[in-house]
Write a protein that binds this ligand. Structure first.
Ligand code: PEP
Length: 259
């Protein structure tokens, strides 16, 4: 791996109320050590209703986890019932926002154009996007996986400048592996993350491509984390189900300790 600090992100999706969130963060704080966070960035992405609670405990107890969000709108304010503006998240010291998750694309109809507007708005608010991309099983079987992710990454990063791009996180998540218990082989995950990096190289050059962190997501568990995370182009994981339980998420974050 080049000089990139891995980032392990827990996407809690629509799970855990703010009491449960507090408990999970406290449990994580007992399991994850200073050495762990020296080696790996850890971001937690609770539902909106938990963010203020998680922020308060992180700051009061000086816990070394980054606060994340799962979603936001691209507009700063207005008549957008139910939506949350990037600046509202930044005000809560949110550092990372997931954008373009396949569930947002498929269930809520988010287009590449909307996702790009969100990427730009998140950056403008001083946060970092975790831009998701990934193919369906049909697209993989049709040999279209690489062209799909190249298209999503290119569209998602339109008008992002090189300096901003260098700090971004991109999550490669094969849709058929999300929440299914099926994981891409380490070899396939590496090949796709390398394809993401080469797309970034085509857009911004090698230096930016070597700086971007690329996560793998899709049924990452303690048992497969080490093999996936030690691939040369995989710089971390976006974790769903296994992030809801302190012991499994901590063991994923500590992947470097297992063989
Ligand atoms: C995800 O939420 O992005 C994800 C990869 O979920 P899971 O780890 O449950 O497959």
């Amino acid at each position: 791996m080049a000089d990139r600090k891995p980032i392990i992100s827990g996407n809690w999706k629509m799970h855990l109320n703010h009491f449960e969130a507090l408990k999970l963060v406290q449990e994580l704080s007992y399991l994850i050590t200073e050495d762990d966070v020296d080696a790996v960035d850890i971001s937690l992405h609770p539902p909106f209703t938990d963010i203020r609670t998680v922020q308060t405990v992180l700051e009061a107890d000086k816990l070394p986890f980054h606060l994340g969000a799962q979603h936001c709108h691209f507009e700063e304010k207005g008549a957008f019932t139910g939506e949350v503006a990037p600046s509202m998240l930044a005000k809560l010291n949110v550092g990372y926002v997931i954008v373009g998750h396949s569930e947002r694309r498929e269930v809520f109809g988010e287009s590449d154009e909307m996702i790009n507007k969100k990427v730009l708005a998140i950056l403008a608010a001083g946060m970092l996007p975790i831009l998701c991309c990934g193919e369906t099983l049909e697209e993989r079987e049709a040999g279209e996986a690489e062209s799909k992710i190249a298209r999503q990454v290119t569209a998602g990063m339109a008008s992002v400048n090189a300096e901003q791009a260098a700090d971004m996180v991109i999550a490669y998540e094969p849709i058929w592996a999300i929440g299914t218990g099926r994981t891409a082989s380490a070899e396939d995950a590496q090949a796709m993350c390398a394809a993401v990096r080469s797309t970034v190289a085509g857009l911004y050059g090698d230096e930016v491509a070597q700086s971007v962190r690329i996560q793998y997501g899709g049924s990452v568990k303690p048992v497969n984390a080490h093999e996936l995370m030690t691939q040369p182009d995989i710089d971390g994981a976006l974790v769903g189900g296994a992030a809801l339980e302190a012991d499994s998420f901590a063991r994923i974050a500590q992947f470097r300790l297992s063989e």
